[in-house]
Ligand binder design. Structure first.
Ligand code: NAG
Ligand code: NAG
Ligand code: NAG
Length: 162
């Protein structure tokens, strides 16, 4: 009887050990994550990972890019990359100066976070490219932004964005 009690106590102790250890070493640093979806998606595409990250205590913001998800912009109003990525750029601009975020970009979202890195380098802790576009060292996102207005033709944007 005593032996089985001891065994039970030992098992409980072993199971609890990781939590006790985590408590003793103090809480892990919580980061602020900014998630940028791929083309034709919205903030909704991150819903599973957002829930998991928030339950770990992180501050997670999933952005709806222009005319995506809950963003009120109409598709035909997105004529330039700057219209598409403006919700991300506005969010970055709104962050307090001392705040650093982890930027995550999926697919064309990688282009958006590249532009954000170039515009707000002091606000970036780290950037994560998830099978994403990443401009090279000889052609940065800012140059593409200003020189290649790919959605300039409203008829073209209708085909590309919908
Ligand atoms: C998360 O970050 C945003 C942007 O900095 C801030 O407005 C908000 O208060 C933060 N939320 C929490 C729970 O810390
Ligand atoms: C982007 O590249 C151009 C041309 O090389 C350069 O003049 C500019 O400073 C770069 N911009 C940033 C923000 O890195
Ligand atoms: C877009 O399409 C409309 C109607 O089809 C046409 O009148 C207009 O010239 C087109 N605009 C451009 C910039 O091609």
């Amino acid at each position: 009887m005593e032996k089985s009690k001891l065994l039970t106590s030992l098992v409980v102790l072993i199971l609890l050990l990781p939590y006790v250890n985590a408590t003793l070493s103090g809480p892990k640093a919580k980061e602020q994550f900014v998630l940028v979806h791929r083309a034709c998606h919205g903030a909704w595409s991150w819903y599973k990972i957002v829930a998991l990250m928030q339950s770990s205590g992180h501050n997670v913001t999933a952005i709806d890019l222009g005319a995506s998800g809950n963003n009120p912009k109409q598709v035909l109003e997105v004529r330039h990359l700057s219209d598409y990525f403006s919700p991300l750029m506005k969010f970055m601009a709104s962050l307090p100066a001392h705040e650093k975020v982890v930027l995550v970009g999926h697919e064309i979202g990688g282009f958006g976070i590249s532009k954000a890195i170039e515009t707000f380098p002091e606000k970036i802790l780290v950037a994560v490219f998830v099978t994403a576009l990443m401009p090279g060292p000889t052609l940065n996102a800012s140059t593409v932004y200003t020189k290649v207005p790919i959605f300039h033709n409203p008829n073209f944007s209708k085909e590309v964005i919908i």
